[in-house]
Ligand binder design. Structure first.
Ligand code: SF4
Ligand SMILES: [Zn+2]
Length: 328
């Protein structure tokens, strides 16, 4: 059995994010919890990172120990923003006990907090009480709930992701957040399983425009192949390829919305990639763009020539969809 004194988050790191017009220092923490109750999304590997069959009291103690670890390892003065992820939903009280949420809220009081949750756990009493804990009146928007909408297309979300929620569920949660004075950060997923490259680009462009009215922040996640997932099963058999970085540039250049993107795994076979020669430069440009929204940065790399750009253009024209049946 792991000693309680050794409990620490699954991961934590410092970074930067552009929020409310300023580049701010961000602490990101991924807490280990009892895990996502849905637990089915085809591309999700985080759902395996959980305490299995754990009693509530033990869960509470272990998660409180993680919070003590954060307190002991990061100085509050060193960050302005905290991004909280769990292996599921931060606002699911069955997954993250209220005592744990309250303790973390007290620790990060006065910061801008972005906390991820599925839509069904965004209820007025839960987010309002967390907002009260962290809000010192210093920020225009102290709390954002982050939801993995992935796409505004319900069929793609159901068939290609198996997310178990609808665009209407997201809108309802966004309205609940809005009424409570809480912002909405929307995560969209570029290229879920079964979409061709050109279908993925079209889906992302539509999703950005349809999600924007309900979102204060939008982040485009470029799909990566995580271990032990459905997506990995297909990828290993040559039936899935992560998106080209060219596609990400195409999307970012096509919209007037400020969409951030961190090409995690960029340049690797399991992550968004081009040919290997041009990946690093494009990945860096996308990261810099997300801290400035300076279009020239991404326009410049989009205009560079690389042999793989022709390959990407060929794929856009010739890749064929192999549809799933709509009925049983
Ligand atoms: S809802 Fe989130 S944590 Fe749960 S399986 Fe889906 S992507 Fe993973
Ligand atoms: Zn290239």
């Amino acid at each position: 059995m792991v000693s309680r004194t050794e409990e620490k988050p699954l991961a934590s790191w410092m970074g930067e994010d552009l929020i409310e017009g300023e580049v701010r220092r961000t602490l990101t923490v991924i807490l280990k919890s009892s895990g996502c109750r849905w637990n089915r999304c085809r591309m999700c590997g985080y759902r395996f990172e959980r305490y299995h069959s754990i009693e509530e009291n033990d869960l509470t103690q272990r998660m409180l120990a993680q919070i003590r670890w954060i307190e002991g390892n990061y100085r509050s003065d060193d960050y302005d923003v905290v991004k909280i992820f769990t292996s599921g939903s931060f606002f699911d009280s069955g997954e993250v006990p209220v005592e744990v949420r309250d303790r973390l809220g007290s620790l990060i009081r006065g910061k801008i907090v972005i906390a991820e949750s599925r839509a069904e756990y965004i209820t007025s009493p839960v987010i309002s009480s967390f907002l009260d804990l962290i809000d010192t009146g210093d920020h225009q928007m102290p709390l954002y709930v982050a939801m993995g909408l992935e796409t505004t297309n319900d069929q793609i979300r159901e068939k290609c992701i198996d997310k178990g929620s609808t665009f209407a569920d997201f809108i309802q949660a966004a309205n609940t957040a809005d009424k409570a004075g809480v912002g909405v950060k929307t995560y969209l997923m570029m290229k879920p399983l079964f979409l061709t490259e050109s279908e993925a680009i079209a889906d992302m462009k539509i999703s950005i425009s349809e999600a924007a009215p309900y979102s204060d922040l939008i982040s485009m996640n470029l799909c990566t192949v995580q271990k032990r997932t459905d997506l990995e099963y297909y990828w290993k058999r040559g039936a899935y390829r992560p998106p080209y970085l060219w596609s990400a540039l195409d999307v970012l250049l096509s919209t007037d919305e400020k969409v951030s993107c961190d090409p995690v795994g960029g340049g690797y076979a399991r992550g968004p990639h081009n040919c290997g020669n041009c990946d690093r430069e494009i990945k860096n440009a996308i990261n810099e763009y997300s801290l400035s929204y300076d279009r020239d940065l991404i326009q410049a790399v989009y205009e560079t020539e690389c042999e793989c750009k022709k390959e990407w253009q060929y794929v856009l024209l010739h890749e064929m969809p192999w549809c799933m049946p709509l009925t049983r």
